[in-house]
Ligand binder design. Structure first.
Ligand code: MN
Length: 260
């Protein structure tokens, strides 16, 4: 299951060319499902939200980051499954490659599905309720899949919403985003970009050895790769073409791409 679900991730990257982990790096076994949120200053800043399930990370790109305000629905664009080993990556993806930019491990910890359904079933149905026990994020959340837009957009859009509980924060849901240091290394984005400061402590990997502060992740695919690859690529609608109304979940793009 894990290997077939990672094929989309692997198809984007050429593992013969570098020593980049291909999903086979030794991941520490865990009795609880782990989650990782990577702040990613790519061509557009976003937060990669990853939930461990069946040996991979189910992944969403949350453009504006999670909000603690239950009234704030945050667009979460479904992206390809990622290898669990990637959850320990903090550093730089070279410019010009897929996802080029700085990556910070913004939060991590454990997640627990809520309700009677299996998480696999809940994801299939498009409503996954869960609890986060991270260093920054806590309490109850939900991911809700939106209807596919009629224009045949290639992306599957979800909304990430905080449930009301003692960890919700009405009207100041973004305060959490200002806690802007790595939970793995304590570093800022600038320090990570410079390759300076402390090494990120491993969480996913079995190794006790922390990665160097100037780690580089080669995705081995240029952003301007063959047009055939565009199906699996994050194609984002330019803001000028977007008509996004998040409160009633209407998000549309003139060109049929995902609005972020
Ligand atoms: Mn990303």
């Amino acid at each position: 299951m894990a290997s077939s679900s990672l094929s989309r991730y692997q198809s984007k990257r050429d593992f013969n060319k570098t020593a980049e982990p291909s999903g086979d790096t030794i991941v520490a076994p865990s009795g609880r499902r782990r989650f990782v949120i990577q702040k990613h200053a790519a061509s557009r800043l976003h937060y990669d939200f990853r939930l461990e399930l069946d040996g991979v990370f189910k992944s969403w790109a949350v453009t504006r980051g999670p909000s603690l305000d239950p009234k704030e629905k945050r667009l979460a664009v479904e992206v390809e499954d990622h290898p669990l080993a990637y959850g320990d990556f903090e550093g730089t993806i070279p410019k010009g490659q897929y996802g080029g930019g700085t990556v910070m491990i913004w939060d991590r910890g454990y997640w627990t599905p809520e309700g009677d359904e299996s998480p696999e079933e809940a994801l299939k149905k498009g409503t996954l309720k869960f609890r986060l026990d991270g260093e920054k994020l806590h309490g109850s959340w939900v991911l809700v899949r939106m209807k596919r837009d009629h224009s045949g957009g290639k992306r599957t859009n979800w909304l990430l919403i905080k449930h009301r509980d003692e960890f919700a924060r009405e009207n100041d849901g973004d305060a959490i985003l200002r806690e802007d240091r790595s939970v793995a290394s304590g570093r800022t984005m600038d320090q990570i970009a410079a390759g300076k400061g402390s090494r990120p402590k491993p969480f996913m990997l079995k190794t006790k050895k922390a990665a160097p502060p100037d780690a580089v992740w080669n995705s081995n695919r240029t952003d301007t790769a063959k047009p055939r690859a565009s199906k699996a690529t994050t194609q984002i609608c330019p803001p000028s073409d977007c008509n996004a109304t998040l409160s009633n979940t209407t998000i549309s793009c003139r060109t049929g791409l995902s609005c972020l």
